[in-house]
Design a protein around this ligand. Structure first.
Ligand code: ZN
Length: 148
């Protein structure tokens, strides 16, 4: 099996058996909806904090395998992280998706499966939709805290 096949397998595994899927509709969670009209992807992400730690991430929606699987991986990677560390991971992920050098101390494991997306610019929005969603939520969390 070559690396590309292995990566495809990782993506299909998260697509078929997503982690942390399904919203809880709990008021303690903060929720966001985003969509990607160019592919028809729709996603909802919700997050639960304990101080500055991400205690839980849930996601739901419909879309292509790249979009749905990346939401699953995002939830696994960012859960139990400090907000600031999560932001670093998000930044490195965007760098990787754009084909730029990235920090392989921060990004490793299954997430590397998305390196191949660089070759398909039309799919970049699919691969980043769930990450944009959590990014917006995290920015909002920082803002709320600074405001008192
Ligand atoms: Zn898509």
């Amino acid at each position: 099996m070559d690396l590309e096949q292995l990566y495809r397998q990782v993506i299909m595994e998260h697509y078929k058996r997503p982690k942390n899927k399904g919203l809880l509709n709990n008021d303690s969670y903060e929720l966001i909806h985003l969509n990607n009209p160019s592919c028809g992807d729709e996603i909802a992400v919700e997050v639960l904090y304990e101080d500055d730690t991400i205690k839980d991430i849930r996601h739901d929606g419909k879309g292509c395998s790249i979009c749905c699987s990346s939401a699953s991986i995002m939830s696994v990677m960012l859960k139990d992280k400090q907000v600031d560390d999560a932001k670093k991971i998000i930044y490195e992920y965007y760098e990787m998706i754009k084909g730029y050098p990235f920090n392989d101390q921060i990004l490793n494991g299954d997430i590397l499966a998305y390196q191949g997306v660089t070759k398909f610019p039309a799919r970049i929005k699919c691969a980043t939709l769930a990450w944009k969603a959590i990014e917006v939520l995290l920015e909002k969390h920082g803002g709320d805290r600074n405001n008192g």
